[in-house]
Design a protein around this ligand. Structure first.
Ligand SMILES: *Cc1c(COP(=O)(O)O)cnc(C)c1O
Length: 406
């Protein structure tokens, strides 16, 4: 019997041997199809978190599975000493569909942000301004778990236990243009932020703020970096979230949804910024390998060549409408926010987010909880309105049944 069919063995090995940084729920899955995941007993769950905005095409997507298995049967990995056709093709697709001219591939969001931080500094170094090496980021941001990206993250809890932290970061309040203006000085090389702060509760940036920020960065001669690790690849109803704002960054990072579940990261930049790295300045053993890029090519094709984005926008409109109806009907919900299929539902003090997550899991729906009051939805982009309606019905049932103080 494979271990995936033996939940108790999984559970005992996990608690005994796996470093406990995740504190997982007592549940595991044997397979999936579309938005559905199945456990060893055959119980089905609707995956409303999509591996944290990763499973963009859902589970067991026929074309993605075929591309990955075909590629695995040819070349899984080949080092960057050689050209890699799948990588060339994915770079072409990303650049021809965005502001960018160049792409660096890696394996995760944190690594993509590391590359962004490095190239922003390198850009000014090679221009003869090594003193321009500070990056302004936002309070309550999240940029990853490596040493430089925890330093970039504007939340002390991620940094303090692991001091000394990488220097060169300053934090300002989100959506406050004056705060950025005041923080810029002769050492500033870039401003880096998320267009929707996903990990800290799904808080979108104001359109006016981003427009002003873009002008501010241009006039002060500093780089604008968008961390689209969570918001990119169709998540917000456009291929990239920055398209919703009518501004272009100098650097953008991607990861989560880019290869539909195969580990990948990417740092995209303009030709101008690309002068910030010379051959030998950066690299990655696995980054851009044929397997991950073959998967990425399928995902980009699905978004650009099918009506997937139209689906994201229509299911999103449906969810916002129905979730706001639940808010009207039962109270208890204080806010429904986000964009596309990245949605935060914030509850009042009568509902604990972690408790709601567990209740939803018992009903067969997977979500994530953020802090004490918010749950996050980031389902596969292929979710149908009928499936979304099942989630709304389940949430409504729980809200109806929950009494004050519970
Ligand atoms: C998830 C996330 C990261 C980190 O990505 P990893 O692949 O976990 O390293 C960075 N930035 C944002 C905005 C994210 O949502």
């Amino acid at each position: 019997m494979g271990i995936e069919k033996d939940f108790e063995l999984t559970r005992s090995y996990d608690s005994k041997y796996v470093l406990n940084v995740f504190n997982p729920l007592p549940i595991s899955f044997t397979h999936g199809k579309g938005v559905w995941l199945y456990d060893a007993d055959g119980k089905q769950y609707m995956d409303m978190i999509g591996g944290i905005a990763v499973n963009s095409l859902g589970h067991n997507n026929k074309d993605l599975v075929k591309a990955v298995s075909d590629q695995a049967g040819k070349v899984i990995h080949c080092c960057n000493y050689y050209m890699i056709p799948q990588r060339s093709e994915l770079a072409f697709k990303l650049c021809s569909n965005s502001f960018a001219d160049k792409v660096f591939f890696c394996n995760s969001g944190a690594e993509a942000n590391e590359a962004a931080i490095k190239i922003a500094r390198g850009y000014f170094y090679y221009k003869g301004h090594p003193e321009k090496n500070e990056i302004i980021t936002a309070n309550m941001s999240f940029h990853g778990r490596t040493m430089a990206t925890i330093a970039a993250t504007g939340q002390e809890k991620f940094r303090i236990p692991f001091a000394p932290n990488v220097p060169g970061f300053k934090y300002v309040d989100y959506n406050d243009i004056e705060a950025v203006e005041a923080a810029i000085d002769e050492k500033t090389c870039a401003v880096m932020l998320e267009l929707i702060q996903g990990e800290s509760g799904v808080h979108p940036a104001d359109v006016e703020y981003i427009k002003k920020l873009s002008v501010l960065c241009r006039t002060r001669g500093i780089l604008l970096i968008f961390d689209e690790v969570q918001t990119g690849i169709g998540r917000t109803g456009r291929l990239f979230c920055y398209e919703n704002y009518g501004v272009k960054p100098d650097i953008m990072t991607l990861a989560k949804g880019l290869a539909g579940g195969v580990p990948i990261g990417a740092m995209l930049c303009t030709d101008e910024v690309a002068t910030g790295m010379k051959p030998g300045d950066h690299g990655s053993t696995f980054g851009g390998n044929p397997l991950a890029c073959a998967a990425g090519n399928v995902v980009i094709d699905k978004i650009t060549d099918t009506d997937l984005l139209a689906n994201v926008n229509s299911v999103s409109a449906f969810l916002f409408e129905k979730l706001n109806e639940l808010k009207e009907k039962y109270g208890k919900i204080v806010d429904v926010r986000g964009k596309g299929l990245l949605i935060g539902i914030e509850f009042d003090e009568s509902i604990q987010a972690a408790g709601m997550k567990t209740r939803l899991m018992q009903e067969g729906f997977l979500v994530s909880s953020i802090g004490t009051s918010t749950i996050r939805l980031a389902p596969p982009l292929i979710i149908t309105q009928r499936e979304a309606a099942m989630f709304v019905t389940a949430l409504g049932k729980i809200l109806k049944g929950s009494r004050k103080g519970k």
